[in-house]
Design a protein around this ligand. Structure first.
Ligand code: HEM
Length: 138
């Protein structure tokens, strides 16, 4: 299960990289329609949350310390914020449909939150590796 935890956290990091790329796909798609972000939306609302749940399950099954299990579930709370930030950012426009400064700041939080999630998962991966090393040394 330690190996499964290590591998799942690695897969999640790779999917995060894809998710950043899908955000760029959305930004550069012309004409910019609602479907431009379909890949980003599916990965962010289904694939990533499922992988986080799997990672947490493996952390629990590997009998990881509570701190590591907490670190594994933390991105689930953060990923729930993503559609909230995106929704507010998209909705905060003036009567003419122009973005507002507050809306843009909240949109930026969506990107910063993504970077935070990457760092949390890197730490889960490190924790999983240490867990494996400790088991081998015992
Ligand atoms: C890896 C972490 C990320 C996750 C889990 C994530 C998740 C999501 C989700 C679920 C949505 C859809 C919201 C909705 O339709 O209600 C969304 C929208 C969006 N995301 Fe992300 N996102 C991530 C990273 C990023 C990054 C790094 C950027 C760009 C720098 C970005 C830019 C956007 C934009 C512009 C939208 C709005 C698309 C639209 O107007 O339909 N996202 N994201």
């Amino acid at each position: 299960m330690r190996k499964a935890l290590f591998v799942t956290s690695g897969v999640l990091l790779a999917v995060f990289a894809l998710q950043f790329a899908f955000a760029a796909v959305g930004a550069f798609t012309k004409p910019a329609g609602d479907s431009a972000y379909t890949l980003h939306r599916i990965t962010g609302s289904a694939v990533i949350p499922l992988l986080i749940l799997l990672m947490t399950l493996f952390a629990a099954l590997a009998k990881a310390p509570g701190k590591l299990i907490g670190l594994a579930i933390l991105p689930l709370g953060l990923v729930i914020l993503q559609p909230v930030f995106a929704g507010i950012a998209n909705g905060m426009t003036d009567d003419g449909g122009a973005t507002s400064t507050v809306g843009l700041i909240i949109g930026a939080l969506h990107a910063i939150n993504a970077i935070i999630m990457v760092h949390v998962v890197v730490n889960v991966m490190r924790g999983a590796r240490k867990l494996g090393e400790a088991a081998e040394a015992a």
